[in-house]
Design a protein around this ligand. Structure first.
Ligand code: NAG
Length: 206
C-alpha cells in the first residue's frame, strides 16, 4: 500500500516536472548529426550590414545512406557568431542545450526540406553587429525538433569565416559631422541675435 502510493507520487512528480520543464524540448546540439553540407559565398573583404549579401547553399551529404533525411521536414538557416567574436560576451555564448544557445541569432532562411541543392541570397540585416561569422543550417522533424545540422565552417569554427561591419560604426564619422554642423548652426543663430540686438541698441542711441 505504502509502496504503491509512493510509486504513484513519484510518477506524478515525474509527469509534473516534465510538464514544467517541457521534457520533450531539451535538445542538445551535441546530439545532432552533421548531415547537411552548407557553403557560403560573399564578396571579398568585409561585408557591410544593410548592403552586402551572403549566398548560402545547402544539401544533405550525398555520401550518406539514402533515407538519412527521411525525418526532415523543414530547414532553418542562421547566421552565427564565430568563437573569436563570442569571447567575453555572455550574450553570444554557445550552450549545448539548443534552447539556451546564443551562437546563431539571425535567421537567413526557413524552408520546407528538399533533397535538391537549396540556395538563399540574404542581404545582411541592418541590426547585425560588427563581428566574424559563419552560417549553420538546422533540419527539423515534423514535431519542430532539431534533428540534424550542417555548417559552413569546420567543427572548431575556424575556417571559411567572414566579417561583417555594422552600420553604426560605418556612419560614426557622418554622425560627428552632423553634430558639428548643428553646433555651428546654433552658434550662428545666437551670433545673429546678438548682432541684431547690438544694431537695435546703436540705432536707439542715435
Ligand atoms: C559526407 O559523409 C561522408 C560519409 O559519412 C563523410 O566521410 C564526409 O566527410 C561527409 N562530407 C562532408 C562535407 O561533411
Amino acid at each position: 500500500m505504502a509502496v504503491s502510493s509512493a510509486r504513484g507520487l513519484l510518477l506524478a512528480s515525474l509527469l509534473l516536472s516534465c510538464l514544467i520543464h517541457d521534457c520533450y524540448g531539451k535538445i542538445l546540439f551535441s546530439s545532432l548529426q552533421s548531415t547537411l553540407q552548407v557553403t557560403t559565398s560573399t564578396k571579398q573583404g568585409v561585408l557591410k550590414a544593410g548592403e552586402d549579401k551572403v549566398t548560402v547553399t545547402w544539401r544533405v551529404n550525398q555520401s550518406l545512406p539514402s533515407g538519412t533525411d527521411s525525418e526532415y521536414k523543414t530547414v532553418t538557416v542562421k547566421l552565427c557568431y564565430s568563437p573569436v567574436s563570442q569571447k567575453d560576451r555572455a550574450w553570444r555564448k554557445t550552450v549545448d542545450l539548443l534552447e539556451k544557445d546564443k551562437t546563431c541569432q539571425f535567421k537567413i532562411a526557413a524552408r520546407p526540406y528538399d533533397k535538391t541543392v537549396q540556395t538563399a541570397e540574404w542581404i545582411v540585416e541592418r541590426e547585425v553587429p560588427t563581428s566574424t561569422y559563419f552560417v549553420r543550417a538546422y533540419a527539423f522533424n515534423a514535431d519542430g525538433q532539431e534533428v540534424a545540422f550542417g555548417q559552413s565552417t569546420n567543427d572548431q569554427k575556424t575556417t571559411n569565416l567572414f566579417d561583417i561591419q555594422a552600420i553604426s560604426g560605418r556612419h560614426a564619422s557622418l554622425d560627428i559631422a552632423s553634430v558639428c554642423f548643428s553646433a555651428f548652426a546654433v552658434v550662428s543663430l545666437f551670433g545673429f541675435f546678438y548682432l541684431e540686438k547690438r544694431k537695435g541698441r546703436s540705432s536707439q542711441q542715435k
